[in-house]
Write a protein that binds this ligand. Structure first.
Ligand SMILES: [Zn+2]
Ligand SMILES: [Zn+2]
Length: 259
């Protein structure tokens, strides 16, 4: 099983981070993708990837950290991306949830600058979109229209089935996590059922978004299993079939395999 997106550098793991990273296989996790959200956590993600064989890194500046974005920080992201275990630029995007977050203009500048970088480096992008579904879609579609190879993963996808279908037309991927196990999560459940099986990835986004039955506790890579079980049962397929397919999708999206 693979956890396609999480944040083990988070403070929540200060007491047992190395224990988790060093024993992922014992927890049933074959690969883990640590996603940066600013310069510091991008560097830490690369450190994890260098230290642990089955850990890969994603580097970038999150919309809520967009105040960090500058020519200098973009250069740092570019340099970090040269490491052979960096598989994507992310998480990048737009987030309008909070009142005190960076302005829409600042967020958009950081988003576009990093999309340009990904195009230049021919790397996939991991997208964070919150309360900005249409704007993010319009931007990503404009990149796809200009660059045929451009490919994105909508992480922790919270949009509608209709929006998911629009992304599928662009050849993109979505990843789903613990939210799909929440009782009141109507849209994510619908998306989990309707998304083509060859475009779905599974993630924890740990330490956040902990699936039922551990909701309220710290999320960890091993809990991706509970999301997988839930989606398999929603779709009426076996856990083995879902896992085989989502694992293959993850390796294909991050360009670690050719199938
Ligand atoms: Zn995110
Ligand atoms: Zn995340």
């Amino acid at each position: 099983m693979i956890d396609a997106h999480g944040h083990l550098e988070d403070r929540a793991f200060d007491t047992d981070r190395d224990e988790i990273l060093g024993n992922l296989k014992d927890y049933g996790i074959d690969y883990f993708f640590n996603c940066g959200s600013n310069i510091q956590t991008s560097k830490t993600s690369v450190d994890f990837a260098k230290k642990y064989d089955n850990v890969y890194a994603i580097v970038g500046i999150h919309p809520l950290d967009a105040d960090e974005y500058s020519e200098d920080s973009l250069k740092i992201i570019r340099d970090l991306s040269k490491n052979e275990k960096v598989v994507a630029i992310g998480e990048i995007g737009l987030d309008n949830h909070y009142d005190d977050s960076p302005s829409p203009e600042v967020q958009e500048e950081a988003f576009l600058g990093q999309l340009d970088l990904a195009v230049e480096l021919k790397m996939p992008v991991v997208i964070h979109a919150r309360e900005a579904d249409q704007k993010v879609f319009d931007i990503l579609k404009s990149y796809k229209d200009k660059h045929e190879d451009f490919v994105a993963l909508l992480h922790c996808f919270s949009g509608s089935v209709e929006l998911m279908r629009e992304y599928m037309k662009l050849g993109f991927y979505i990843s789903l996590g613990g939210v799909t196990t929440f009782k009141n999560a109507k849209k994510p459940k619908e998306v989990a059922i309707e998304v083509p099986l060859d475009r779905l990835l599974l993630e924890t986004d740990c330490p956040y978004m902990t699936p039922v039955p551990f909701r309220g506790k710290r999320n960890e890579p091993k809990y991706v299993l509970h999301t997988a079980k839930n989606i398999a049962s929603l779709r009426g397929i076996s856990l083995e079939e879902l896992e085989k397919q989502t694992d293959a999708n993850t390796l294909r999206f991050y360009r670690l395999s050719n199938d």
